[in-house]
Design a binder for this molecule. Structure first.
Ligand code: HEC
Ligand code: HEC
Ligand code: HEC
Ligand code: HEC
Ligand code: HEC
Ligand code: HEC
Ligand code: HEC
Ligand code: HEC
Ligand code: HEC
Length: 355
């Protein structure tokens, strides 16, 4: 009984006499100030392991201009009902609102739920703390729409957001033509998530991955088939079509995964234009590039251009070969049909004779 009285007394002093009490009175209109009394202090932190601290500071200015500013702290932290509050309030999950069919109006166009099946979500669930959760890419209390230049997932920022963990990939990307173009403000150049997706990030071996050899052509084609986008930038646009009609394209289409796809010849993070001497498609490096798979590729074979439209007589030998094969195929098919017809004719005649 006495201990209970004491507790009430402590509460009273704390609430009405202490610092929080005064601030309570200062900001009656904004209930969030009840939390910011403590969480508004830049040095509020907890020691998670000896010598390792985690900040509990919430930058209120940022929170108030974030996409969730209409929420009160306790709308999400629903179990923080009294002050001082329990030591470990229950964890909040972004997906508790951002799921298909939610009633609070949380957007899901980019299907954040896919995260659970992604390489990141699975690794996180399996206990790998290095794998990102939603907050690692979006921040916790400064979440902004992807179109906001201050957002951690805005096109020019997202490369740093992914790159803080994938350091080598970011470096290669930055040296490549796509990274250079983005740096110069060309928002049509791909950032990490344009090739990898944002929530559905899967390893290249996964047949569902946007970067699986089977799908990578489509991933590059999103932009490289876009006539307006490419011609504006002086990049030839017929590459995708000529690839699909090439030996490699057809072989890949028929399931031959060892056939060259776009990245087998161009690389993927450090893609460079042909004129760059470091580019794998620079004439000086072609023998090596083709030689990865065609060990006998000679300098001369590799010197020929690659993206050729076999329908154009200007393609020279390729036009000749492809035209030859086209007519060869037709004549083989015609021969086969003739053979079947003759055979049928023969059978009918034999039957007639037997009768
Ligand atoms: C009297 C100061 C004080 C006030 C007021 C306060 N907190 Fe806290 N809060 C703390 C301290 C100290 C901790 C660290 C507890 C610990 O782990 O030792 C904390 C921890 C938390 C955590 C958990 C952090 C973690 O470890 O992940 C959340 C969430 C939280 N507070 C939310 C709130 C909300 C919401 C409010 C307002 C309704 C609020 N707090 C008001 C002092 C305060
Ligand atoms: C839209 C939901 C949402 C709102 C609104 C919100 N929080 Fe959080 N908060 C989270 C999530 C998600 C986490 C991270 C997961 C966890 O620890 O539960 C978090 C974590 C925290 C933490 C732990 C430290 C950290 O940054 O990870 C504190 C402290 C905290 N919130 C306080 C506040 C305060 C104070 C407010 C109001 C100014 C607030 N929160 C508003 C969702 C929210
Ligand atoms: C309490 C429910 C709730 C929680 C929890 C929540 N959100 Fe939201 N979120 C919303 C609502 C509602 C909106 C739309 C706000 C608006 O447009 O005014 C929104 C908007 C967003 C947007 C902007 C989307 C767009 O296309 O404009 C992003 C990004 C976002 N949330 C990410 C997150 C992340 C990351 C977390 C976890 C840290 C989270 N949300 C937690 C309800 C929630
Ligand atoms: C690996 C980084 C990463 C992770 C992890 C991640 N996101 Fe995203 N998210 C992004 C990027 C990048 C975009 C911007 C896409 C664009 O440019 O349109 C985005 C966009 C969004 C949007 C706005 C588009 C929409 O759907 O309306 C929401 C909401 C969102 N994410 C919620 C979440 C939630 C919830 C989680 C956790 C389950 C999460 N994200 C995990 C990177 C991530
Ligand atoms: C917080 C650190 C972190 C962030 C941020 C992050 N990743 Fe990852 N990522 C990882 C870890 C850790 C793995 C390995 C997971 C595993 O398989 O155990 C991984 C795996 C991957 C893989 C598969 C790699 C492979 O060889 O299988 C890809 C692709 C990937 N991430 C792309 C991205 C993209 C794109 C973004 C940004 C939109 C991003 N990551 C943001 C930590 C991160
Ligand atoms: C132009 C498309 C494209 C862009 C942009 C891109 N990637 Fe990739 N990335 C790929 C392809 C394709 C692969 C898989 C190649 C293979 O192994 O078949 C890949 C592989 C990866 C891997 C697996 C490990 C590895 O290096 O092979 C990680 C991690 C990764 N990318 C992260 C990133 C990050 C982080 C960014 C942004 C800085 C980024 N990627 C930008 C296409 C891209
Ligand atoms: C989001 C759109 C987008 C995607 C996806 C994309 N690219 Fe690009 N790419 C561009 C743009 C825009 C440029 C032009 C950059 C510049 O020079 O201004 C470019 C330039 C290039 C160039 C250099 C062309 C030249 O003449 O300088 C090559 C090669 C290239 N991309 C190959 C690829 C490959 C291979 C992939 C798939 C792995 C890919 N791209 C995916 C938009 C994209
Ligand atoms: C990723 C591996 C790979 C790379 C790199 C590659 N190829 Fe191929 N290529 C193949 C495969 C697999 C076939 C299918 C038939 C075969 O095994 O020869 C093929 C078939 C061909 C054919 C059809 C004739 C033949 O030999 O069957 C030509 C021509 C060809 N490649 C030229 C090139 C040139 C030129 C380059 C460099 C610009 C190149 N390839 C790079 C894997 C590759
Ligand atoms: C077998 C190797 C190979 C494959 C596969 C391949 N390319 Fe190429 N690509 C080249 C070569 C070699 C060049 C140099 C110009 C030429 O020969 O047409 C080139 C040129 C280009 C250019 C113009 C670059 C410049 O600097 O002008 C673009 C863009 C391009 N390719 C995109 C793609 C796309 C997208 C794919 C997949 C659909 C693809 N390539 C598949 C070998 C390849």
């Amino acid at each position: 009984m006495t201990s209970r009285c004491l507790a009430y007394l402590m509460w009273g002093i704390w609430l009405f006499g202490g610092i929080p009490g005064s601030l309570w009175a200062q900001s009656p209109k904004d209930p969030n100030q009840r939390c910011q009394v403590c969480h508004g202090k830049p040095d509020l932190k907890v020691e998670v392991r000896p010598g390792v601290f985690r900040t509990l500071f919430i930058d209120y200015e940022k929170f108030k201009s974030s996409v969730h500013h209409k929420f009160q702290c306790v709308d999400c932290h629903t179990d923080v009902v009294s002050i001082p509050h329990r030591r470990m309030p229950k964890k909040i999950y972004c997906l508790q609102c951002h799921f298909e069919g939610n009633v609070v109006g949380a957007p899901v166009q980019r299907m954040p739920e896919k995260y659970k099946e992604s390489v990141h979500g699975k690794a996180r669930l399996a206990g790998n703390p290095e794998a990102p959760d939603c907050q690692d890419c979006h921040t916790t209390h400064n979440v902004r729409p992807p179109g906001d230049p201050q957002s951690s997932v805005y096109k020019t920022n997202v490369i740093q957001t992914c790159g803080k963990c994938h350091i080598q990939q970011l470096q290669d990307y930055t040296e490549g033509i796509h990274g250079q173009a983005l740096k110069q403000g060309d928002l049509a150049a791909p950032a990490c998530n344009d090739c990898h997706q944002e929530h559905d990030v899967l390893p290249p071996e996964d047949p569902k991955s946007s970067i699986n050899p089977k799908n990578v052509v489509q991933t590059c084609a999103k932009c490289h088939e876009n006539e307006r986008l490419m011609t504006q930038r002086g990049v030839p646009v017929e590459q995708v079509e000529t690839y699909k009609e090439s030996f490699h394209g057809i072989a890949l289409e028929f399931g031959m995964k060892t056939a060259a796809n776009c990245v087998s010849c161009h690389g993927y993070h450090r893609i460079l234009p042909q004129k760059d001497p470091r580019s794998p498609i620079n004439p000086a490096n072609l023998a090596k590039t083709c030689g990865k798979c065609h060990p006998r590729a000679t300098e001369t074979v590799a010197k020929g251009s690659f993206h050729i439209n076999p329908k154009e007589p200007s393609a020279g030998i390729v036009y000749a070969i492809s035209t030859f094969f086209k007519w060869f195929t037709y004549s083989v098919i015609a021969g086969l049909i003739l053979h079947i017809l003759l055979d049928l004719f023969g059978r009918v005649r034999r039957k007639r004779r037997a009768l």
